[in-house]
Write a protein that binds this ligand. Structure first.
Ligand code: SAM
Length: 258
């Protein structure tokens, strides 16, 4: 069972995010480092499509895909209900198919960490490079490196969010194993309790992902050869550097297609 099979509850669980601020970041970095203002965008591992929809509202052409059919159905409905046009499809970011070129690609909230092996990450970067126009940018949001190499995590991993009659209580790091020293993968069993009116649902996920540190990302980018790293930030505040301060709590990389 996975929270990704319950997109409505995923959407509530992660509603603490400031989607407006995050989209401001995407727009500003795109115009600073990327192509012309009206480039088409691709939301990779788009989940429930919150950023996709917000960027459509701002006048961009935006497509997206996700490996989870439930997430894709939900994102499509969200976009249809708002009367926007967008191609949203089920696909795997390791080997996705696209039939147009984009000026901007985004991969938010640690979707990149589901690329478990070096070969997957390199194949993915190759696919993104093919999907982007020359000069296009790829914005990737990962965990802050300190989350894995210190005992001072940057984020609280238990929280409660609600919307209307739905309340979602999340223990995201429940049962987290140590990072495997050979594969750099870690496993956890996120425990989620949903109260929806009179209904109660418990979701116990099995989640496996790969950690990526900053220097490792630099090597991945060099190995792939199609991108240059043009910016690294510690949050979606535009000028927040990636460093070891408390204000720096994510690792957000901006790659530019050569
Ligand atoms: C933490 S969610 C982030 C979703 C969205 N980017 C957001 O900001 O809310 C991770 C997403 O990655 C998707 N995912 C996992 N592995 C994938 C893969 N190989 N290809 C495409 N999507 C994948 C999951 O289905 C899930 O929707």
């Amino acid at each position: 069972m996975s929270l990704y099979n319950y997109p409505e509850y995923y959407d509530v669980a992660f509603s603490y995010r400031d989607v407006d601020l995050e989209c401001d970041f995407i727009e500003k970095k795109a115009s600073l480092f990327g192509l012309c203002e009206n480039s088409a965008m691709l939301d990779i591992a788009c989940g429930t499509g919150s950023h996709l929809e917000q960027l459509l509202r701002r006048g961009y052409e935006v497509d997206g895909f996700d490996i989870s059919p439930s997430m894709v159905d939900f994102a499509k409905k969200k976009v249809d209900n708002a009367c926007f046009d967008s191609h949203i499809w089920v696909d795997n970011m390791v080997a996705f198919e696209n039939n147009r070129k984009y000026g901007v690609a985004i991969n938010l909230l640690t979707g990149f960490n589901y690329l478990l092996k070096n070969e997957d990450a390199l194949a993915h970067l190759g696919r993104v490079a093919d999907a982007l126009e020359s000069g296009g940018i790829y914005i990737v949001e990962l965990n802050h490196p300190r989350d894995f190499i210190t005992n001072r995590p940057s984020t609280a991993n238990t929280w409660v969010e609600s919307r209307g009659q739905i309340e979602v209580e999340v223990d995201w790091d429940h049962g987290r194993t140590d990072v495997d020293v050979l594969t750099h993968q870690t496993e956890s069993s996120p425990h989620i309790v949903v109260k929806d009116g009179g209904r109660k649902l418990t979701v116990d996920m099995q989640d496996r992902y790969r950690i990526y540190l900053y220097q490792e990302m630099i090597l991945m980018i060099q190995c792939n050869g199609c991108f240059e790293l043009v910016d690294a930030r510690g949050s979606f505040k535009l000028d927040n550097p990636l460093d070891n301060s408390r204000d720096s709590w994510r690792m957000i990389l901006v790659l530019r297609r050569k």
